[in-house]
Structure formats: C-alpha cells, structure tokens
Design a protein around this ligand. Structure first.
Ligand code: PLP
Length: 392
C-alpha cells in the first residue's frame, strides 16, 4: 500500500515537494497515523494550519452539517456563514471589512491590489511601490513571490513583478531610507515565519506604523502564519499594540479547509467597489461555516490562554536544550510559533524525530520550527524534548 502510493505519486504528481516516505492516513487531536499503523505526535499542524488539531469533533460536525445544506452559490448572492464570519472577524480585530479568498497568496494579492487601488482612487496613480522585508515569505503567485525577500523562491521566474524595495527586518531606519515618491505601502509579517521565526524588538512595529503615518503609506501585516491564536494572541499585532491598515489571514482560519481573508479598515477598504476585485470560491458557505466554528471554539475553550501557557513552557524547555547542547545556537518565537537554530543541518534531526514518532519541520537549512496544534499539552512537549535531547 505505502510503496504503491509513493511510486504512483512519483509518476503523477509534480515534483515540487521532497516528501517524507510516509503515507498519512488519519488524525485525531495532536496525533497522526500512517498506513502502516505507526502513530506520530504532530508538531507541524500541516504548517500552522490545524491549530485545533485533527478531526476536532465540533469542526467535523459543522462541516458535515453544512455539507447537507449548501456548499457554494457564488458571491452574486448573500450567504449566512460568510456574513457571520466577516462580522466575527470585524468584531475581534482592527478591521471594518473583509474580502474572502482561498489561500494566503491570494489574500496578499488582494492586499497589494487594494493598496494600489486606494491611491488610484485618490488620483495618486504614481504610487505603487511596496517596501517589504528581506527573508520574508508572502506566497508563490507572481506578485507575492515578487514581494518575497528570498531569492530561492524567485529562481527561474524572471522577470518578476517590479516595484518591491527590500530592507532588513527589524530595522525601521532602513524603511525610512527606502521610501520614494512612488511608495504606497509597507508589507511585513509581525513575526517572520518561513524566514526563520524572527520576533522583532518591541518598538519596531509601532515605529513602522509611525513612519507609515508620517509618509501617508499603508501598513500591511501578513498574519497568514501568525494569526488565529498561533502566537498567544488572536492576531500577533496585539502583542505590539499597533494596528495595520490591511491584514491578511489564511492557514489556520478554517483549520484545514482552504481559505484566505484580507481585512482592512474602512478608509482603505472603501477603494474596493463592485467589479474591482473578485473570486469564484472566496467565502463559500462550506468553508466560512467551518472558519466561524474555529473562531468560536478558540474563544469558548480558552485556546489562546492555553497557547500562551504551553508556549512559554515549551520555549523554556527548548532553552534547557540550548544550555545542554553546543549544536543549538538560538531559541526564539512567540506562543506556539517556535524555532531552534542549530549550527548543523536541520534535516537529519527532522528525520530522526520522525523515526521516533514526532513530526517537526526544518526551515532555512538549520532551523527547527515547532508549530503544533494549539491544544498540545505538556506531556507531548516533554516527550519531544526527551527525543530531541537524545538526538542532539
Ligand atoms: C504560508 C504563507 C503564505 C502563503 O500562503 P499560501 O496559502 O500557501 O498561499 C504567505 N505568507 C505567510 C507569512 C505564510 O506563512
């Protein structure tokens, strides 16, 4: 079975991923099982997607119920779950309006389009450039890979979209210096995810906000990875007490169903009128009913408080490992978005963990990323720490 599937995949699926030699068949909570019956504790969550774990009973129930009522009708009509989800997001964030789409890249596309459209509406058609960060990650479509501050993502796709100015993350003076008359926005992840779990200094994002206000620039937060409780707040910007003009969400918003969202304040959102932007699937009832339930479960079960608590515990235990092993250079992150920088290759550690029944993720060659479901408990964390202790 396993060999059959792997062999078939190698023939019929584009080779864009180097997959691990397992076929995952089912999950429950923080546990996954492969086709041979082996179980794994999941510290990846489908890359910060399944924040409530796998096969969550409330999520499965809403999904099944909505599947019997209505999957899709298009945005030519109103549907209840979409409106309820947007209202919930507006009530619980800085934003006044939401545009729904199907992925993170699409949410960032919408944000970039809205920024241009906003200045176009004001008659400032020359303003289109966006300041963005080195080591950032914003997606794989042409505009979002162009906005991404990593050469490997752009390799082979020249000419990429023009109009992005890259500056080091956590350096507000560099932003100031890069502003041109044609600049319209600053795009930044509040905590860099893919780029290596980098948390900025406490004063950085407020200072970026100030620079944007002084220069009439829009501030866009990419919270696709940091949002929906991941960092110990519903949105990471709450930690820094600063609101953007536009925020993008995706990954964990529907706990595994494909969804993206672009949120904006009224001033900016009003630049999107009928016909200015659209998507067939965005905000479809099946996906938005699940996302609404995700947000309700997060609130009802105190998931964010739990995330903060076990995140602090997890980080402290990773620091213990750093103190014991010369191969660990740094431990960093917020909530349950944690990273451990090694001075050796990360991949052999990831593979060894897998052999011992733990799924973890390696990024930027030498960094281990830990992004378990937010419902993870101390016992599972302790088990992984013992495993890492042995491997390191
Ligand atoms: C994953 C991610 C994206 C891209 O999302 P997709 O759904 O894969 O298009 C964009 N920005 C950040 C910060 C991400 O983590």
């Amino acid at each position: 079975m396993k060999e059959n599937i792997m062999e078939k995949a190698d023939k019929v699926i584009t080779a864009t991923y180097n997959r691990f030699p397992v076929v995952i068949e089912k999950g429950s909570g923080c546990r996954l099982w492969d086709t041979t019956g082996r179980s794994y504790t999941d510290f990846v969550s489908g890359i910060a997607v399944c924040n409530l774990g796998h096969a969550h009973p409330r999520i499965s129930r809403v999904l099944a119920k909505q599947a019997e009522i209505l999957l899709h009708v298009s945005n030519l009509y109103y549907t209840i779950p979409q409106v309820e989800l947007a209202a919930h997001l507006v009530e619980n964030s800085f934003a006044d309006r939401v545009f729904f789409c199907n992925s993170g890249a699409e949410a960032n596309e919408a944000a970039l389009k809205l920024a241009r459209r906003y200045f176009w509406e004001k008659g400032q058609t020359h303003r289109y450039r966006v300041v963005t960060m080195e080591k950032s990650f914003h997606g794989r479509t042409m505009a979002t890979l162009s906005a991404t501050g990593q050469d490997k993502i752009k390799k082979g796709y020249d000419p990429v979209l023009e109009g992005f100015d890259f500056v080091p993350f956590n350096d507000v003076d560099a932003i100031r210096r890069s502003i041109k008359p044609s600049t319209c926005a600053v795009l930044v992840e509040p905590v860099q995810g893919e780029g290596g779990i980098r948390v900025p200094d406490a004063g950085y994002l407020p200072a970026v906000r100030k620079v944007c206000d002084e220069n009439d620039l829009l501030l866009i937060f990419d919270e696709i990875q940091t949002g929906i409780g991941r960092t110990g707040a519903l949105f990471a910007y709450e930690h820094f007490r600063v609101a953007p003009d536009i925020m993008t969400l995706a990954k964990a918003l529907a706990n595994g169903l494909p969804i993206g969202a672009m949120l904006a304040n009224e001033k900016v959102a009003s630049a999107f009128g009928p016909g200015s932007h659209a998507t067939t699937f965005g905000g479809t009832p099946i996906v938005t009913s699940v996302a609404l339930e995700v947000l309700k479960v997060i609130a009802a079960d105190n998931i964010i408080e739990h995330c903060r608590k076990v995140g602090d515990y997890f980080k402290a235990r990773l620091v213990e490992l750093k103190n014991r092993h010369d191969s660990v250079e740094d431990v960093r992150g917020l909530g349950l978005l944690l990273g451990m920088k090694l001075n050796v290759d990360a991949m052999p550690v990831v593979t060894a963990c897998m052999e011992k029944g733990f799924l973890i993720n390696g990024i930027q060659d030498t960094i281990l990323r830990f992004i378990p479901p937010l419902i993870i408990d101390k016992k599972d964390i302790d088990a992984l720490i013992s495993c890492l202790d042995e491997i390191l």
